[in-house]
Write a protein that binds this ligand. Structure first.
Ligand code: NAP
Ligand code: ZN
Ligand code: ZN
Length: 347
């Protein structure tokens, strides 16, 4: 066992505060990683605050982890001490169900083991990346290139794969018209990937102040969602809308922006259900699908794609002690475009 410093929340209404805990011994297939950076995902806030009804406390959040390998078990083949490594949203799964066999571990029949707010196979609570080190089976550990700035790589482990995976799944290609709804952590990565895949990209945002940034990120157009006249001109114009919004909003309004056979991909997870009308769906044979992060092999593919195309997240690096303020700012949509914790501030 090795004592680890972290930040945890003890119950939904309390702020995050320092918390020491034990990590497991390094087993034969395990990699031990000194965490250098951990991104702050809006899912951390939802779960810390018990908004999804699945929270286990104490909770050490964090599933956008990059660091350096400090020890490996004697059966580990792909990592050695000193290597860079990444850990995303899952650290285990059953490994034998049809989803696991297809590399879709996020849809494991028995449920993936979340990097935090989960129970591992020994029934112990998993603790995430707001901490100084983590021990993970190498099968669920990612290779990280040394070509990219590490703080900007951390968010790729969730915001990156969550947007890369559905855009690949639906097959976004040159000339497709893609709208990204919500310019936060996921939204800004969605813009970068959709542009990299050749799409004509429109940013749909509730924040006019983000227009210039959206265009700098590569979006070809920007539309303010509260501007009714502009929204009317966009009716029936997109092949895909990638919806990253974290708060309650009306899906029907945005479904109407899809052309015939258009698809809205939901990745944002507002806390409560949202009614969907039949009309916007039937009128143009539109569809609505959801997507959850991505499997391990696809996460590696995405990291390699980013290294090749020089894609990283735009980050504001923070000390661990700033985390509660960072959450408040994210709740006001005031993040440009991912907070990333420098874990040196916790040592
Ligand atoms: P974030 O950085 O906080 O960004 C969310 C964005 O949504 C905001 O920047 C804002 O963009 C927009 N927004 C927020 N409140 C809004 C409101 N009341 N009305 C309209 N727009 C609003 O969050 P994130 O980390 O990108 O996460 C986004 C969502 O995806 C969260 O619900 C998270 O839990 C979920 N998520 C899902 C998966 C998955 O696998 N499916 C993975 C990771 C995260 P504008 O200012 O541009 O409007
Ligand atoms: Zn996340
Ligand atoms: Zn499985």
């Amino acid at each position: 066992m090795s004592t680890t410093k972290g930040y945890a929340v003890q119950e939904a209404t309390l702020p995050l505060a320092p918390f020491n805990f034990e990590r497991r011994e390094v087993r034969p297939h395990d990699v031990q990683i000194e965490i250098l950076y951990c991104g702050v995902c809006h899912s951390d806030i939802h779960q810390v605050r018990g908004e999804w009804g699945n929270s286990i406390y104490p909770m050490v959040p964090g599933h956008e982890i990059v660091g350096r390998v400090t020890a490996v078990g004697n059966h580990v083949k792909n990592f050695k001490v000193g290597d860079l490594a990444g850990v995303g949203c899952l650290v285990d799964s059953c490994r034998t169900c049809p989803s696991c066999e297809q590399g879709l571990e996020q849809f494991c029949d028995t449920g993936m083991v979340g990097t935090y707010n989960g129970l591992d196979k020994d029934g112990k609570i998993t603790y995430g990346g707001y901490s100084t080190q983590i021990v993970v089976d190498e099968k669920y550990t990612l290779k990280v290139s040394d070509k990219l700035p590490l703080a900007g790589v951390a968010p790729l482990l969730c915001a990156g794969i969550t947007t890369y995976s559905p855009l690949r799944y639906v097959g976004v290609k040159k000339g497709d018209k893609v709208a990204v709804l919500g310019l936060g952590g996921l939204g800004h990565m969605a813009v970068k990937f959709a542009v990299a895949f050749g799409a004509e990209v429109t940013m749909l945002s509730s924040s006019l102040s983000k227009k210039e940034d959206a265009l700098k990120l590569g979006a070809h157009h920007f539309a303010l969602t509260s501007d009714e006249a502009t929204m009317n001109t966009l009716a029936s114009s997109f092949d895909y809308i990638l919806n990253t919004v974290s708060a309650q909003h009306d899906y029907n309004t945005y479904l109407n922006l899809l052309r015939v056979n258009g698809t809205m991909i939901i990745v944002g997870v507002p806390p409560a259900p949202t009614p969907i009308h039949a009309f916007p769906l039937i009128m143009k044979r539109r569809s609505i699908i959801g997507s959850l992060i991505g499997g391990i092999a696809e996460t590696q593919e995405m990291l390699d794609f980013c290294a090749e195309h020089n894609i990283v997240s735009e980050v504001e690096v923070i000390d661990m002690s700033y985390i509660n303020e960072a959450y408040e700012r994210m709740l006001k949509s005031d993040v440009r475009y991912r907070f990333v914790i420098d874990l040196a501030s916790l040592k």
